[in-house]
Design a protein around this ligand. Structure first.
Ligand SMILES: NC(=O)c1ccc[n+]([C@@H]2O[C@H](COP(=O)([O-])OP(=O)(O)OC[C@H]3O[C@@H](n4cnc5c(N)ncnc54)[C@H](OP(=O)(O)O)[C@@H]3O)[C@@H](O)[C@H]2O)c1
Length: 268
């Protein structure tokens, strides 16, 4: 029944080749969407799509930190009935700010902020014209506090959260059927940490309980496709607790905790 409802609808997922984006692709196929997968190398999604012979897949191998490619993505999908865009591609640059690589940080800003900003605008416009559609932006719990030793990444996710909440408020106030929902995962066991710490095979370590990536994708997507009033979503008891701490505990305590958590990560 649910699958019939979304027949002939396309969803775009950026950062689709692995991690959370790949898990979102699987969830979208399960729901009956056709999927446009975007990453620098999307081969893995071609393999995944074979399990869903009734749905179509389109692979776009694009580096979205190059702004021309972001516009190309919008252009190449304009004839499809896209009703969902998941802005998921992203990474961080870990380390003390005085030492971390400026070129990497600027590239991260191009991907995590600029590409997401452009796609959010272009698809809010397209969805508004069509009278249907949802942008799901992948933020992070990192959006809710400055992040010493991971400063530019936390700042980037604060931008993602702030933009999404403001735009979604505009949409609700103007009675638009379109939504921009920001999902804010806590730590997930993906390749994110390897790239963000410039390691190829780091021993993943987190002192915070980690939800399985597929479970997170399942729960957050189900909610993000349905919510009417909420601007952003935090999924999982531990993540909700951590978010509450950032609100009710003195900021100096939060900053020291994040500093201690982040500075110890590379050695583990
Ligand atoms: N893992 C966590 O702990 C965590 C927590 C909170 C939020 N998040 C957020 O979740 C999102 C997904 O991260 P993840 O954990 O799934 O990391 P991941 O496993 O490293 O996946 C990142 C995805 O982004 C794609 N990508 C990277 N650079 C790209 C570029 N320049 N152009 C296009 N695609 C690019 C990668 O594919 P290619 O390499 O093929 O391009 C890959 O598909 C990110 O926005 C991240 O900030 C992650």
């Amino acid at each position: 029944m649910a699958k019939q409802k979304i027949a002939n609808q396309w969803a775009i997922v950026t950062g689709a080749s692995k991690g959370l984006g790949y898990a979102y692709c699987q969830e979208l196929f399960e729901k009956g969407y056709h999927v446009i997968a975007v990453a620098r190398n999307c081969e893995s999604v071609e393999e995944l799509a074979k399990k869903y012979p009734n749905q179509k897949v389109k692979l776009l191998n694009l580096d979205l930190s190059k702004i021309a490619n972001v516009y190309q993505l919008a252009q190449e999908t304009k004839n499809e009935n896209v009703t969902c865009l998941i802005n998921n591609a992203g990474y961080g640059v870990w380390g003390y700010f005085k030492d971390s690589d400026l070129e990497q940080e600027l590239n991260m800003i191009d991907l995590d902020i600029k590409a997401l900003h452009i796609l959010t605008k272009l698809f809010v416009q397209r969805f508004s014209e069509n009278g249907v559609g949802r942008v799901i932006n992948v933020g992070s719990l990192a959006a809710f506090t400055p992040g010493p030793v991971f400063a530019s990444y936390y700042a980037a996710k604060a931008y993602v959260w702030s933009l999404g909440v403001a735009v979604n408020t505009e949409l609700k106030k103007t009675k638009s059927p379109v939504r921009v929902i920001t999902v804010c995962p806590g730590p997930l066991k993906t390749d994110f940490w390897n790239r963000s710490s410039n390691q190829s095979d780091a021993n993943y370590h987190s002192t915070v309980k980690v939800m399985s990536t597929q479970k997170y994708a399942h729960k957050s997507l189900n909610k993000a496709l349905k919510v009417k009033k909420k601007n952003y979503l935090i999924t999982g008891t531990t993540n909700k607790f951590v978010k509450k701490l950032t609100k009710y505990v003195p900021q100096s305590w939060v900053l020291t905790s994040v500093y201690n958590y982040q500075r110890k990560r590379k050695e583990k």
